[in-house]
Design a protein around this ligand. Sequence first.
Ligand code: MN
Length: 202
Amino acid sequence: MPHTLDPLPYAYNALEPYIDEQTMRLHHDKHHQTYVDKLNAALENAPEFAAKSLDDLLRDLTAVPESVRTAVRNHGGGHTNHSIFWKNMRPGGGGDPGGSLADALQKTFGDLAKFREEMTKAATGVFGSGWAWLVAEERTLRVVPRPNQDSPLMDGQTPLLGLDVWEHAYYLKYQNKRPEYIAAWWNVVNWDDVAERFAAHS
Ligand code: MN
């Protein structure tokens, strides 16, 4: 069964004023759709992998035929990264996480402000297109930058919270001011979703 694009879990304008409607429409309906379409096109040339879950494909890219490996990496990575990204955000988000996720963040980073600082630094520092991720790696939390659409799954990590810093994520509203986009993005973080991913990993 081909991979499909889920609708956004909220209205296109729901993340205003932090992320504008036009950006959300283009980002979800055009950019994300293209990753899905190109992933499906690649898998047509590797039908024995078409039924596998995307997570499994990305966790073991070396098993994927070389002829489609780069396409699966880029477009499959793009598909899974964005699927997480939409759920990682919600209107009325932001604030602080609670529960065991907050405990784990404090244990790893000292306090929540320090975690935010590290994630912001990683996102700001991505050269060109990429992401910053909060990931779980066995019992540890880490903040990691990733180039292009590389998924943390490729490194055996569980993605918990991703921040897309491709220009298509912010250029219409923020132009070249990536730090302003990052500062605004913290206001839409859906900590409940991050906590669910953390609980599923634990
Ligand atoms: Mn994107």
